[in-house]
Design a protein around this ligand. Structure first.
Ligand code: PAF
Length: 297
């Protein structure tokens, strides 16, 4: 088998080959020898069906002649010193099998040394949007995200990049980044995929014990409750915050925020909730931090 390709066996059949590039120059070689537009799905691996929906969407957008590129890179610069960088799951072989089954053509999977070589010193300031909500709780997080995504876009050179709505603040900041830095890529936000009880699919769900897992469904219950209230005309921000927080606390979650925000500026509606509105939640179950949101336009 040629170097850089993977050929995987499912239960009974061999499925098509996918190119694996571990270095920037390998990826560029592949990219410049392949014709057709590239649709890109950046990931940190530990892939689940939520990623599957992004890769399948990329496959549809790329068509038979385009290229679906994914990256797997657990980016150290977006983790705080006490966060889960070292324990972040890295089931690489399973990820490759999934990407192949979902229709990806190529995966870029560099080492930290490849991405951040000696003397690497420039990073991207995410601006005001990077200082609120998760930006306030995880200082430096969005600087790390913007920097790695700008680097990935410079390497992959896609026509479009697909991001999940679950990371609402991230997709908004990255849309601002490509606009402000004139990076020629379209960003498409794909809907959040949920488990049957409403829990948003996330690589971090695998940290939850069975008991925590059942209590985690309260996040979507709180968001659904707020959405129902909003749709039936409730506009009292304080009451919505109190109601969402109560749902979470009753299930034993530690609430970091449960807020109605402007869906384009992320400003918290202080009194009367207007439109467009996104209800945003971040909550902890033990040491696992989960986020989710619902948009009401
Ligand atoms: O959402 C993620 O998985 C990461 O933040 C991203 C966009 C791949 C950057 O490391």
């Amino acid at each position: 088998m040629p170097h850089g390709f993977v050929s995987l066996k499912t239960d009974s059949q061999e499925i098509n080959r996918m190119n694996i590039c571990k270095t920037i120059s390998e990826f560029r070689q592949y990219r410049h020898s392949a014709a057709g537009k590239v649709i890109f799905v950046p990931t940190m691996g530990a892939l689940h069906e939520g990623h599957g929906s992004l890769v399948r969407m990329a496959r549809r957008l790329a068509g038979p002649d385009g290229i679906v590129a994914a990256s797997i890179f657990v980016n150290p610069t977006q983790f705080g010193p006490h966060e889960d960088f070292h324990k972040y799951p890295r089931p690489f072989e399973q990820d490759l099998a999934n990407l192949t089954a979902w229709g990806a053509d190529v995966v870029f999977s560099p080492s930290p040394e490849e991405m951040y070589g000696p003397g690497n010193a420039i990073s991207i300031d995410p601006g005001e949007l990077g200082t609120v909500l998760d930006g306030a709780i995880r200082p430096g997080h969005f600087r790390g995200v913007c920097t790695v995504v700008a680097k990935l876009l410079g390497i992959v050179e896609p026509a479009a990049m697909i991001l999940g709505q679950k990371d609402f603040q991230q997709q908004l900041i990255l849309k601002h980044m490509v606009r402000d830095l004139n990076i020629p890529v379209e960003i498409i936000t794909a809907p959040t995929l949920r488990e049957p009880d409403g829990l948003a699919m996330s690589s971090r769900n695998r940290y939850l014990s069975p008991d925590q897992r059942s209590r985690a469904a309260s996040i979507y219950q709180a968001l659904s409750w707020a959405t129902d209230q909003y749709k039936s005309g409730m506009r009292d921000a304080a009451a919505l915050v109190a109601g969402m927080s109560e749902h979470l606390r009753q299930a034993g979650l530690e609430v970091q925020y449960a807020l109605p925000c402007h869906a384009e500026t992320l400003e918290v509606y202080p009194k009367a909730v207007g439109a467009p509105c996104v209800f945003l939640i971040a909550a902890k179950l033990g040491t696992t931090r989960l986020i989710d949101n619902v948009v009401n336009s």
